[in-house]
Design a protein around this ligand. Sequence first.
Ligand SMILES: O=C(CO)COP(=O)(O)O
Length: 140
Amino acid sequence: MNIALIAHDNKKSEMIDFTIAYSYILKKHKLFATGTTGTRINEATKMDIHLVKSGPLGGDQQIGAMIAENKMDLVIFFRDPLTAQPHEPDIIALMRLCDVYKVPLTTNIGGAEVLIRALESGFFQWREIIHTDDNREGNK
Ligand SMILES: O=C(CO)COP(=O)(O)O
């Protein structure tokens, strides 16, 4: 599965803790991340991560484009709900595309714990069906 890892600055240490704790699951998958988040995760875990640009420089939109192309299976996005972000429209667009394409999205560590364990337990196999279904709603 392709997994996106994104965290706002005040949530980056939480993301590091999360990826260290679940590296035994995450390393079995293809990981993508916005620039700063991915660099920090790589430094802490040594996992291979495909980096896109930093969020404020278009990284959220790059992840969004992957969602629109059916190339993302799970988005783990630790948002900071207490700090205004200059690229808020990009963030909303990313989350909207998750809804358009029915891609599982969590915006906090509580949901991430549940989804990562679901992934490990095989609850994401339906994504493989979607990958082969050209007639899904989002492609119309
Ligand atoms: O801003 C972000 C998500 O909206 C994250 O970007 P960085 O990982 O580059 O900090």
